[in-house]
Design a protein around this ligand. Structure first.
Ligand SMILES: Cc1ncc(COP(=O)(O)O)c(C=O)c1O
Length: 392
């Protein structure tokens, strides 16, 4: 966006990553199907000079538009894009870690990120230590001579702990340690990791950016040219390449993302408040509830919430728990979030936590609140609780 005035986020989202003059005046850059890209001559083949693109899995017009948009939205130097949200997580960890390094990993991470640590990074000799997401500046005590990366995810998966990012990045900078943060919850919009000192911000565009449960896409934005080069090298080596249709849909999704997020956040708060009134619910996790552990820090650092919330359903025999879930009409069980429809997902991986063990009795359930009328969602939950009551 090469406009001169300073615009609000709503306006910026309408402008990012498109330039009609490049495409006969078309408002949206079209889907391009590409692998081979012609070189101008031998010199451009050998030096890459004057070649905007060289091979489509390293970059093509649509990935360029999407990456430019995301680098600008996150306030970074440049971005890479990949075919899933997990791919830039793996690429950024591999870019900044080597055998013998120590990685400080947030304990409330997205479970597949933990699998990357346990199955992949450990195999290559990376030492992994999980830390309490609420550790703040005390992370200083965990830094060792070989600590190379501190990885953050904020709010965390399942229970939404918000990390004190400025406190952690200050310590990391003093120690010369790289920080990588999963910013998917904020979708590049509600929180700006790089402005808070993070080096690499990663995000699954599969969620709110795509917004319609039909896109697989991720990106990572680097703060500096040097960090971008390391990130891009790992990204290319891993052969990460997003699909053109997904890039197109993500650019389209960006235009309406803020409105969708606002609607979902408002509905999620209403549903969370309803859940708080139910005797079958032991605890509700949603950052906009004043009772949430991280409510104050979320208010300090974030400009809004999304549609995710979790709750602990009281301990009950398995058939009653299954009966509750299966009785819901508007909450199918499914992975992912950020789409237009509500979803339910049991959070069984909560028991994987190491730094702060999960102590609650009962079933932890995550709800993704979509664009339905929240009163319909509440009615649906209400009737499922009645069935649960009859079965427990
Ligand atoms: C916090 C977080 N990060 C990353 C991902 C990975 O995204 P994808 O499913 O596109 O690989 C997810 C997916 O659920 C997620 O919740």
């Amino acid at each position: 966006m090469s406009k001169t005035r300073k615009y609000s986020q709503d306006t910026i989202l309408t402008q990012l990553g498109r330039d009609p003059d490049d495409y006969y005046g078309l408002m949206n850059p079209p889907i391009v199907q590409a692998s081979t890209i012609k070189y101008k001559d031998l010199e451009s083949y050998e030096t890459k000079k004057g070649q905007k693109f060289t091979y489509a899995n390293i970059g093509h017009p649509l990935s360029h538009h999407f990456e430019t948009a995301m680098a600008e939205l996150e306030g970074g130097y440049r971005a890479v894009s990949s075919s899933t949200g997990l791919a830039p997580i793996t690429a950024s960890l591999l870019a900044f870690l080597k055998s013998g390094d120590h990685l400080l990993m947030c304990d409330s991470i997205y479970p597949p990120t933990r699998i990357v640590c346990e199955k992949l990074l450990k195999k290559f000799g990376v030492e992994i230590e999980y830390y309490d997401p609420l550790i703040g500046a005390s992370i200083k005590d965990l830094i060792k001579d070989n600590t190379a990366v501190i990885y953050l995810e904020s709010p965390g998966s399942a229970t939404f702990e918000v990390q004190d990012v400025p406190a952690i990045t200050e310590v990391a900078k003093d120690a010369g340690v790289i920080t990588i943060m999963d910013n998917t919850w904020a979708s590049g919009l509600l929180f700006k990791p790089l402005a808070h000192g993070v080096n690499i911000s990663v995000c699954a565009a599969t969620k709110y950016i795509g917004g319609h449960a039909d896109v697989n896409l991720g990106y990572a934005v680097a703060d500096t040219e040097e960090n971008y080069k390391r990130l891009k090298a790992a990204h290319v080596d891993l052969g990460h390449c997003p699909g053109s249709e997904d890039l197109y849909l993500a650019l389209r999704g960006l235009r309406t993302m803020k409105m969708r997020l606002e609607h979902c956040a408002k509905s999620a708060l209403k549903v969370a408040q309803f859940l708080q009134t139910r005797p079958e619910v032991r605890r509700v996790y949603h950052v906009a509830l004043p009772e949430h552990t991280s409510h104050e820090i979320w208010k300090r650092d974030f400009t809004g919430a999304n549609g995710l919330l979790s709750f602990v359903l009281e301990d009950a025999p398995k058939p009653a728990v299954a009966g509750f879930m299966d009785a819901l009409e508007l909450f199918p069980i499914g992975s992912s979030w950020g789409g237009y429809m509500s979803l339910l997902q049991p959070q069984i991986e909560i028991n994987w936590r190491k730094a702060v063990k999960w102590q609650e009795e009962g079933t932890l359930i995550r709800l993704q609140i979509g664009l339905e009328d929240p009163d319909d969602l509440i009615t649906d939950l209400g009737q499922a609780f009645e069935k649960f009551g009859d079965m427990k």
